[in-house]
Design a protein. Structure first.
Length: 309
């Protein structure tokens, strides 16, 4: 009987020791595991912010530019871009601000403003599926300083701060098949054109009647955006805005196009090429009698500093 009790005691002790050894080995494995590398990080950053700043010198050319400037010139230009983006599984909110400020120098007409504008775009989206969002878009753009045109080499006041300024509020659908491309389309859009300077509104250059400071237009709006970094050296960014005014000549679609191609040649040194085009049916300061709309074109090529923020 004593032998049986002793045998049972030894068997139970062995089981306890073996169980303790297994627990100890498990704890040793878990304590030696490198959590930063063995367990994937599942935390999603729902806010993302950043931007870039560039300071360039180069050569510019333009044709029928309402903001003023020479056809060919030497340029010194600065460009600032900032973004703040929120994303989660059902909501997105994208905010982008771009500002350009520069001067030109010519031998015939002296030094004056060449590239001067700011553009703020905010878009909120509610996800319907992986590619389509129900979206609300707000866009505001204008310029900082006075601008002049030079018909027949005569200096003519053409634009200033908030003269003109454009505010677009739009509700529609946003299609995003990938991270590089987006297409927003809205049949319900309100656009306001502001001209705060009475000397400019008196000429009805931007569709605002004399004695008024703004005009409201309702219509259809579409914007396409594309941004691609081909590698660590080359990047391309483009935007196309289209607006059709239901109230007046809806077939004459207003167009705003901006393109930027950059090539980095050193850590903070890069080439850049900007091409902008605008057609606004209400900007009637061109043609033989300075009373017609026209396609506005601007091209600036430069080299300089480019830094991320």
């Amino acid at each position: 009987m004593n032998r049986i009790i002793l045998f049972c005691f030894l068997l139970l002790s062995s089981c306890i020791v073996m169980s303790q050894d297994a627990v100890v080995r498990k704890l040793q494995v878990e304590s030696s595991r490198q959590l930063n590398y063995d367990i994937p990080d599942t935390v999603v950053k729902i806010w993302r912010a950043g931007g870039s700043f560039g300071l360039n010198v180069g050569q510019g050319s333009q044709s029928n530019w309402a903001g003023g400037g020479d056809d060919f010139s030497f340029t010194a230009n600065s460009a600032l871009t900032l973004f703040l983006i929120h994303r989660d599984p059902r909501h997105s909110w994208e905010n982008n601000l771009s500002a350009n400020f520069g001067y030109i120098n010519t031998t015939s007409l002296g030094s004056r403003k060449n590239d001067d504008r700011f553009d703020f775009l905010s878009k909120y989206g509610f996800s319907l599926n992986k590619r389509f969002n129900l979206a609300t878009l707000v866009n505001f753009r204008s310029q900082f300083l006075n601008g002049y045109t030079y018909p027949n080499n005569v200096k003519t006041f053409a634009s200033s701060f908030l003269s003109p300024a454009y505010l677009v509020v739009s509700q529609g659908m946003d299609y995003k098949p990938n991270k590089d491309f987006s297409f927003f389309l809205s049949p319900v859009t309100s656009r306001w054109v502001f001209v705060s300077d009475t000397a400019i509104s008196a000429k009805v250059d931007y569709g605002v009647k004399p004695g008024h400071t703004s005009i409201n237009q309702n219509g259809a709006f579409a914007t396409l955006g594309y941004q691609k970094s081909f590698n660590k050296y080359f990047a391309y960014k483009a935007r196309l805005d289209l607006f059709s005014n239901y109230k007046k000549n809806p077939q004459n679609i207003d167009v705003f196009v901006t393109n930027t191609l950059s090539a980095k040649i050193a850590k903070i040194l890069a080439f850049s090429w900007n091409v902008d085009m605008i057609y606004d049916d209400d900007v009637r300061i061109f043609g033989k009698n300075d009373t017609s709309p026209a396609l506005q074109f601007k091209s600036i090529f430069g080299v300089g500093l480019q830094m991320k923020i």
